[in-house]
Ligand binder design. Sequence first.
Ligand code: HBI
Ligand code: FE
Length: 281
Amino acid sequence: MTEIAPSPDWTIPQDWAHYSPTDHRVWDHLFDRQTRLLPGRVAPEFLDGLKRLDLTRPGVPDFARLNDQLVALTGWQVVAVPGLVPDAVFFDHLANRRFPAGNFIRRPDQLDYLQEPDVFHDVFGHVPLLAHPAFADYMQAYGQGGLRALEYNAIARLSRLYWYTVEFGLIRGRDGLAIYGAGIVSSHGETHFALDSASPNRLGWRLDRVLQTPYRIDDFQQNYFVIDSFDQLLKVTLETDFGPLYQRLADAPDIPIATILPDDPVFTRGDQSHVATSRQP
Ligand code: HBI
Ligand code: FE
């Protein structure tokens, strides 16, 4: 972590030359492992983004080069930050089509789990879909919604939308379910778990439903929510007036994490077997 006072928007120079050979090797290792696993499991739009953004070249990407492609495709750009930034700063970046990416990379002994988002999670996981027009617009709408949610004191609720879509979303594909959330696509273990495990519920995505559903940050998810398309995600989000929704949900209890409701579209009823065998919150 840096010791200098952050700029108001928390951005720092990427300083691409500072990455060590070990840093680049960690990127390449993670990149190869995921790109071997993802075809057939990830939404095709993600692989399309990797290719169009020229992310297949070795080493930690240089944001300046990456942004040349990304700005041309959707008007988004990647900016470097030291790590997690305050909510208001994060939302302001998204609302202006800037994606804040952690400027560090995990150590070789942290390949499988890391608390703070590093450059592999942020760039490999999040950036390819920012090349897709509907997803790009959705991310900006989320940032704008986040700024509004600050006024409603509704960040905890809205962050569930981000969690169950941007981080851990599934989408219907031609041959069954596919992953698109960055928390899954950047994780070897969860790429398998999210699609193959008997443990989690896989339920149709509905906006008000996910806003009422807690999540866990310390283990694989107990629920995944499935969208029909990125167009659906964008359309529903743009057409929903979140103010009245927050008011309605303010008094509603959360849905216990592993519960399936009678009106949930069910793709898979999970047996929650993973929960029993792993650490509890
Ligand atoms: N900062 N760099 C970074 N990355 C995030 O994903 C992030 C953040 N700050 C706040 C935040 N996410 C979330 O808590 C909000 O979505 C609520
Ligand atoms: Fe993330």
